[in-house]
Design a protein. Structure first.
Length: 105
């Protein structure tokens, strides 16, 4: 059995601020350099990987900021243990109707 701690969970305010600033900086850098970004992203060949890498980087930073933001507000996801439920074998105690012959027309 796990112990129940009476200490309140420390809120990650510092991490939220750091990732918030990083998120604002990455969005700002992307928007302030649209010409350069467009020039490189539209070259083709291996440069086609740049938009994907940029999207992953921005998503990573912004996702962490958002997660810490909700934690600071006290909103947490519920954690449930995944267990395989055993299937119950159902037995029916009723008589099944017997098939009736079709009437001839």
């Amino acid at each position: 059995m796990g112990k129940i701690s009476s200490k309140p969970k420390k809120k990650p305010i510092g991490k939220m601020v750091i990732f918030g600033i990083c998120s604002a900086v990455t969005y700002g850098a992307l928007l302030m350099n649209q010409g350069l970004v467009t020039a490189y992203f539209t070259r083709g060949a291996l440069y086609a990987l740049l938009p994907i890498a940029t999207a992953f980087a921005i998503s990573y930073v912004h996702g962490h900021f958002t997660g810490y933001f909700w934690s600071v507000l006290g909103i947490e996801a519920t954690r449930k243990a995944l267990r395989a439920k055993s299937e119950e074998i159902r037995t029916y105690d009723r008589e099944r109707p017997k098939p009736q012959p079709r009437p001839r027309v």
